[in-house]
Every structure is written in structure tokens, then in C-alpha cells.
Design a protein around this ligand. Structure first.
Ligand code: HEM
Length: 473
């Protein structure tokens, strides 16, 4: 790879080249152009960013795009340029303006790079044809409806029971030997996805040899899309590409969200105690913990999941949109056609304007009932701002259609595990935590560390489990 850190003199030279090229894109947007020039001149690497998308490639290879966006916005403010024609905007208003159904944008060309996975047919999330997208989205929405998910509950629970059984063994002093939660949750979610989406249990939890999921994909794509109640069907080629999409969209994201929830609960003992007390006092029997009103009313658990998604959004960077002829106004700024725009999720989730004390895990910020009645005080205003800036599931016409399923899965896994077991971090283990030696943006011990490569990967936390003392509750 070409060297990315260039001397300042060369960066100024780059700006000279870059500014004219950018003028093609935003010729009349003088103030923005000036900002871009300053940005590029001040930071050598941004000079490269203006010249080439290698800047993005570099941060993808480092897995720190989410952190980089946060640092760029902390330094330069709301609008930052990070590629020859790529702009990141950090604000709740930008979320609405860029992703709403009526926004004058299309998917950015960056989607084209993933369009030809799984047999060469674009999936609904990669097709540039918005009509085609709308049709496929409707089919997928029906397949993932609450009633369909409920009808598949037993399959979900079968996998969670196996997962819970795996967490304990004959360890010392009643505590199990340590479990790397990223791995255990990863295997569990793969099995749930196989069952739910493809009507096939891959037995990833049971059999290490089955952990190469993609091998089984082509013959296993029928699943929910061929259920008679959806009323619609896909061609075989479309099924293969939708299968790829659901695996990519539904697995890694849910794994990160579930693992992050375990991470934050074990690093914030007061929250762990509160959620555990709530679950153990509500449900007399483990099998009472299932999809339904009682689980839905565990508001503190839901707030912990929400807050984990805020702290460590599984899709941490930008979902790019290309401005169409006619241009687009975003949060008061005008952008010309062919500009790629996006809102960086992690950076927005750590913007103090919306989330005060942004690097602290505070589930309470999601409990509107605890913050006070609507529109009666400043606190409620805070909670409205909080909701407007929460983007873990995307916003608008390509937003996540698996959100309901994800919440059910995560709630069931966390609630059942905490009902059954006491949990602690393996003494002395720091896996998954931040530390100074990891560099700027990764220094916080109580923050779950992820590698952001569109979806996220991670390790840990390393946890131990102990059966709750009988008769304790
Ligand atoms: C916590 C878990 C999850 C998170 C954080 C998440 C996040 C997201 C995000 C940010 C998008 C927007 C992508 C874009 O605009 O290009 C998205 C789209 C999507 N998600 Fe999820 N997702 C999760 C779970 C799931 C699950 C469980 C499924 C299904 C099994 C799923 C299926 C989809 C699909 C099909 C799309 C594309 C929608 C469209 O293009 O119309 N997701 N998700």
C-alpha cells in the first residue's frame, strides 16, 4: 500500500491538486470548499483523503473508521470531507435530510462492490433500482413480521437453551471456566439465523466443523421467503442474494449487539444488579421468559440493549448516499449532485449535544418514564434529542427490517442467561476493554472495543458463570 502519512509540504501540494478536482463537484459552494482546503492542509492524511479513497481503505484495514469519524468531527465540527467526493455530516437533522424517503439521493456506488456476492444478483440492499428494492423489502418485511417471529419462537429458544447449557461446567468455587462471549454468542446467532431465515439448523454450536456457514448457503436459501403466508416469492438467484444479505445484515450485527450488552452489564455492576433483580423477580420459571408482553415490559433490560447499541453500534460508520441532479440541502448546507453523503453512527452516538456524558453507559437515558412526562421539563427534551440521534438501525427507506427480531433475540438471550446464572468478568481479564496502549480513542477500559469494517468484529469479554443459589429468589 502507498504510504499514507505524507509530509506537510506534500500535503499542501496535494491540496493544490485536490481543490480544482473538488471544484468540479462543488464549484459554487465556496465556503465549504474553503473548509475542505483548510482541513486538507492542516492534516496530511486528509490531503490523501481528498485525493483518493485510500484514506477509507486505510481505516477499514485498521478497523477504526468509527473512531476516526468521531475524532474528525470533534476536531472540525459538523461537516467533514473524507474522500474526493465523500462527506460525513454529524447531526440528527442530517439523518432526516439524507435518509428520508423523499430525499433526493440514491445509494452510493460503494454498494456496487458488494452487489455481486452470492451468485452475481444484487440483493435488495445493494440493488440501485429503488422499485426493485421496494418490492423485495416488502417481501422481507412480511417474512420478519412479529407473528412470523412468534411462530418461530421455539426454534429460537431451542438454540438459546443449548447456549445457556454451554455456559457452565465444573469450574472452581462454583464459577465456570471462562467463556469468550464473542465466540459463544457468534455460534448461537449463526444457529438462530440458520433456523429462522433458512429453516435449517447448521449446528454451529454443537459441531466446530460446521462453522464455515457459507458452504451450506446455496442449498439452504428457501427458508422464510418460501413460507406460504408471505404470498410472494423470489427467483432462485434472488433467493441466493437475499440469503447473503440476511446473513450479512442479521448475524454480525446481532452478535455485536448481544456481546456488547454482556460487556456493558458486566462492566457496570449497578446496571447488572438492576436488570438481574428485575428479571428474576418477574419470572418464576425460566420457560416463562419468552416473546410476549411480560418480556416487552422489562423496560430496564430494553434500555440496557439500547444503550449498548448506542455505545457500540454494530454498523459504526456511514451509510453513503449519492446526491441526485438538483442537489440536496442537509442541515442547512447545500450539496451538489454526485456528492456522496453519510452520517457516521458511532460519532453521532458520542456527540455530547445529544448524549451528555457520551462515553458512560447510562441505560437511564432511555427511560422516558423516569425522565419525566412528555414536554414538561428539560429532561424530557433531552430524551427527545436522544431518540432523534439514535441511528444504530439506520433511518428511512433502507432502515433495518430485522429490528424487532433482533430485540427479541437479544432480550431472550440476556434475560435467560441472567435469570439462570450469576456472572462475572474472569478475574484479571481485560479482553474486549480499551486501554491506553491501544491508542487514541481506544483508551477507555469500560468501552467495548470493536473493529469497524462496515459491520464490526471483536473479542471477549471473557466471562464466568455460576448457577444462582437455589431459593435465592
Ligand atoms: C442489533 C442488530 C441489528 C442492527 C444494529 C442492524 C442494523 C442495520 C442497519 C444500520 C441497516 C441499514 C443499512 C442500509 O441502509 O444500507 C440495516 C438494514 C437491514 N437489516 Fe439490519 N440490523 C440488525 C439486525 C438485523 C436482523 C436480525 C435482520 C434479519 C434477519 C436484519 C435485516 C436487515 C435487512 C434485510 C436490511 C436491509 C433493509 C433494506 O435495504 O430495505 N437486520 N440493518
Amino acid at each position: 500500500m502507498a504510504p499514507l502519512f505524507v509530509p506537510a509540504a506534500l500535503s499542501i501540494f496535494c491540496v493544490a491538486i485536490i481543490v480544482p478536482s473538488y471544484q468540479v463537484v462543488v464549484a459554487h459552494d465556496v465556503s465549504n470548499l474553503a473548509k475542505v482546503a483548510c482541513l486538507s492542509a492542516a492534516i496530511p492524511i486528509e490531503a490523501w483523503a481528498a485525493l483518493t479513497d485510500l484514506y477509507t481503505a486505510y481505516h477499514i484495514s485498521k478497523g477504526d473508521r468509527h473512531i476516526d469519524f468521531h475524532q474528525l468531527h470533534e476536531k472540525y465540527g459538523k461537516i467533514v470531507r473524507f474522500g474526493p467526493r465523500r462527506i460525513s455530516i454529524r447531526s440528527a437533522e442530517a439523518l432526516k435530510d439524507i435518509y428520508s424517503t423523499s430525499a433526493n439521493v440514491k445509494r452510493s456506488d460503494v454498494y456496487a462492490s458488494s452487489a455481486h456476492f452470492f451468485g452475481g444478483t444484487p440483493s435488495s440492499n445493494t440493488t440501485p433500482d429503488m422499485k426493485e428494492h421496494a418490492f423485495r423489502r416488502r417481501v422481507n418485511v412480511r417474512a420478519l413480521s412479529a407473528s412470523n417471529i412468534k411462530s418461530m419462537e421455539e426454534k429460537i429458544l431451542r438454540n438459546i437453551r443449548y447456549f445457556c447449557d454451554q455456559l457452565v461446567d465444573e469450574g472452581k468455587d462454583g464459577w465456570s471456566s471462562p467463556r469468550d462471549m464473542s465466540k459463544y454468542v457468534g455460534h448461537l446467532v449463526s444457529d438462530m439465523m440458520g433456523d429462522i431465515t433458512f429453516s435449517k439448523n447448521w449446528e454451529v454450536q454443537q459441531k466446530p466443523d460446521n462453522r464455515d456457514l457459507l458452504v451450506s448457503l446455496p442449498e439452504a436459501v428457501a427458508g422464510i421467503h418460501l413460507r406460504p403466508e408471505t404470498g410472494d416469492g423470489f427467483s432462485t438467484e434472488q433467493l441466493v442474494s437475499e440469503a447473503g444479505l440476511l446473513i450479512a445484515a442479521g448475524s454480525d450485527t446481532t452478535i455485536t449487539a448481544t456481546t456488547a450488552t454482556f460487556f456493558y452489564l458486566t462492566h457496570y455492576p449497578d446496571s447488572l444488579r438492576r436488570v438481574q433483580d428485575d428479571i428474576r423477580s418477574r419470572f418464576a420459571d425460566l420457560e416463562d421468559i419468552c416473546i410476549g408482553p411480560e418480556l416487552a415490559s422489562c423496560r430496564y433490560l430494553a434500555a440496557c440493549i439500547e444503550e449498548s447499541l448506542r455505545m457500540s453500534p454494530p454498523v459504526g460508520s456511514t451509510i453513503m448516499r449519492e446526491v441526485l441532479p438538483g442537489g440536496l440541502e442537509v442541515d442547512g448546507e447545500w450539496f451538489p449532485p454526485k456528492t456522496d453523503l453519510g452520517v457516521p453512527h458511532y460519532a453521532l452516538h458520542h456527540d455530547e449535544r445529544y448524549f451528555p456524558d457520551a462515553f458512560t453507559f447510562k441505560p437511564e437515558r432511555w427511560l422516558t418514564e423516569e425522565l419525566g412526562p412528555a414536554k414538561s421539563d428539560g429532561k424530557t427534551e433531552t430524551s427527545l434529542r436522544t431518540n432523534a440521534a439514535f441511528s444504530a438501525f439506520g433511518v428511512g427507506r433502507t432502515s433495518c427490517i430485522g429490528r424487532y427480531l433482533a430485540y427479541q433475540e437479544i432480550s431472550l438471550v440476556v434475560a435467560r442467561t441472567l435469570w439462570l446464572y450469576d456472572v462475572r468478568i474472569e478475574p484479571g481479564s481485560t479482553i474486549g476493554e480499551g486501554q491506553k496502549s491501544m491508542g487514541s480513542g481506544r483508551q477507555r477500559k469500560n468501552q467495548f472495543q470493536t473493529l469497524d469494517r462496515f459491520v464490526s468484529t471483536h473479542q471477549g469479554p471473557s466471562l464466568q458463570f455460576r448457577r444462582k443459589l437455589s431459593g435465592y429468589y
